[in-house]
Design a binder for this molecule. Sequence first.
Ligand code: SAH
Length: 253
Amino acid sequence: MPARPAPALEPSVRPASQQSVATRPNPTSPTAPSTAYEAVRARMVQKLAGQGITDARVLSAMGTVERHRFVDSALMNQAYEDTSLPIGLGQTISKPSVVARMIELLLAAPAMAGRSGARLGRVLEVGTGCGYQAAVLGRVADEVYSIERLRGLNERARANLRHFRLANVHLLLGDGMQGYAKGAPYAGIIAAAGGDVLPQTWIDQLAVGGRIVAPIRSAQGGQALVVIDRSNAGVQRSVLEAVNFVPLKSGIA
Ligand code: SAH
């Protein structure tokens, strides 16, 4: 999709001397006033609602977290378009619509039935990347453990998240295929990278009443979103729509 510049972020044609600080957003500066992006972020949230996201917790979190702070300055004017963007080391920040969809599914875990305004308990995210989804999760869950296998991205996410001061988001360097036993059992597990099969460790670390939302290779060779619900009776698996995530890999690099 061609990049469509967001009108609110275009450089003004007025000379700088005639502009107040508030009307002079500099999208290439990480310290650009947050207000410069509020209108485009609000529009993104409206589009998410139009695409069928109904959970108020998700819409509020997506409207709060400043996605432009997670991408390179050269990409900031695309930060609120519904597109994935490169974040370095061959990885990408997921599309807003996919982040919203997956978190909405996570919040619909069996144990959350009838608790439409409640926060999720502890959540494990596999694949921190730039930390954007971890920040959104931090707004809807009590505790977030987000694990990344690439040192460079773990460090980058740490730097990105510093601004937000989210005391409940914990970044870890490690192989997420092993889960993170110290935080288990989890009310929700969400993966931002897709493997051939779902690691058994994730199911073992899932609380009864909890839910896993993850991309897994589908029978047709592509990827599909899979939802796993754990109950006292066992595990129930549903396969949903096709998705396109970076591969789940083992080990730390
Ligand atoms: N949630 C991220 C999306 C990152 S892309 C965001 O909001 O930006 C997926 C990430 O998963 C990549 O950074 C990749 O390095 C990571 N990844 C792949 N396999 C992994 C594994 N086994 N453990 C932890 N992270 C993994």
